[in-house]
Design a protein around this ligand. Structure first.
Ligand code: UD1
Length: 380
């Protein structure tokens, strides 16, 4: 078979667990040569480096070192540096890239796609078609732009197919393949649970909640963040809470003078960003998860753990209709009400969506390798 050179792009924390299973599944195809490119959108040890070891993923072949910055600056740096990289060809050999593979919805995803398509390099988007219909979310813009110019759209849930069809994408570009993030979760769950994480933090299974908050809509306005923290402080009197703080959230808490209020809550254990395995050890044995993360809504659904999603909408509706998630926005009343149900054992039971079976990457790999027969192309 003709050799295929793929530029596989990662940039921020949620990208790593999506790319890892793909690289693994592509090993079955000797004519496929994936080059791993890290844009450097996330660069801290605990937001980036630790994941390569824990996920058993090769170190990036190329790093673009774009770092943090305003959206325009960060996006522009990826565009400029990724364009140059594509023009140079593969490291050492200078082969032309046959395809770019992007995952998720971060700034790096959109910028790499734009650079590639303008150079005539086709792009496959893993996690295509998700829409919150909320254009104030930076990720929604990234999703819309990316999907509008990709030629291979790899979809994790049926709503994604509907959205893409409505936007006019022809069926032969759409593939309902399932959820690669859950591939990683299923592979590493036993290893995560075998760790001493709970002992290390003096926690008992099913007797604590996990909190994550980092969306600009929740953490960038002082009143909103203060209101959310107040509810968490209240909840922590009844249920121990573990709160691994995203750097953005930590900065905002300090800047808005809210640190003292949080520190005073003895039932809240504040931590820094955790590695994949420790975090999965915590979430998989929690009583409840309170989050505004997209990925965690999906992971909690796969784990069957109640998830109170601190957002007014979601681009992942199956986590609400089939899974364990409820949208509580930043509304203290909804949060309290649902939390009560969790503690009383009356909260809804979810089920794991079809194709979130740990084999999504195996369905994607033949498509990327150009060897998929019609029977492998699922358009749901
Ligand atoms: C990004 C993604 C978001 C994803 C999240 C996961 C976009 C638009 N947003 O948001 O979709 O859910 O990653 O974490 O792409 N910082 C560090 N160390 C780092 C990286 C960032 O301290 O390694 C700090 C910087 O001060 C930076 C801030 O975190 O300004 C925000 O980082 P950024 O990459 O801009 O966005 P996230 O909020 O992490």
């Amino acid at each position: 078979m003709t050799d295929l050179h793929l530029a596989c792009v990662v940039g921020a924390r949620p990208n790593f667990m999506k790319m890892a299973p793909l690289l693994r599944a592509l090993e079955a195809y000797s004519h496929v040569h994936p080059i791993l490119i890290h844009t450097g959108q996330h660069y801290d040890e605990n937001l980036s480096d630790i994941f390569f070891d824990e996920l058993g993923m090769k170190r990036p072949d190329v790093s673009l070192d774009v770092g943090s910055g305003k959206h325009g600056v960060q996006t522009a740096k990826v565009l400029k540096r990724f364009e140059a990289l594509l023009e140079q060809g593969t490291p050492g050999e200078g082969n032309r890239y046959d395809r770019v593979v992007v995952v998720g919805d971060v700034n790096s995803t959109m910028a790499a796609t734009l650079a590639a398509v303008k150079l005539g390099v086709p792009v496959a988007h893993v996690e295509a078609g998700l829409r919150s219909f909320d254009r104030s979310m930076p990720e929604e813009i990234n999703r819309m732009v990316t999907d509008s110019i990709c030629d291979m759209l790899l979809v994790s849930e049926p709503a994604g197919l509907e959205n893409l069809r409505r936007e006019g994408h022809p069926d032969d570009r759409l593939h309902l393949v399932g959820n690669v993030m859950i591939d990683t979760l299923r592979r590493l769950l036993p290893k995560a649970k075998a760790r001493d994480t709970l002992n290390d933090y003096d926690l008992n299974p099913g007797r604590y909640g996990v909190i994550t908050l980092h969306r600009p809509a929740n953490v960038d306005a002082p009143e909103t963040l203060a209101r959310l923290l107040d509810v968490l402080v209240e909840v922590s009197r009844e249920l121990r809470l573990v709160f691994p703080l995203h750097p953005r959230t930590k900065q905002r808490i300090e800047r808005f003078g809210l640190a003292e209020r949080l520190d005073a809550a003895k039932g809240i254990l504040q931590l820094g960003p955790l590695g994949y395995l420790d975090f999965l050890a915590l979430t998989s044995q929690a009583k409840v998860i309170i989050t505004d993360s997209g990925g965690l809504q999906e992971e909690s659904t796969a784990l069957g753990i109640p998830c109170l999603t601190a957002r007014p909408n979601t681009e992942r509706p199956i986590t609400v209709t089939e899974g364990t998630s409820t949208l509580v926005d930043g509304d203290p009343t909804k949060l309290r009400h649902n939390l009560r149900a969790v503690l009383d054992g009356t909260y809804k039971q979810g089920r794991c969506p079809a194709l979130w079976d740990g084999r999504a990457a195996e369905r994607i790999a033949p498509l990327l390798a150009g060897v998929a027969g019609q029977e492998q192309i699922t358009t749901g």
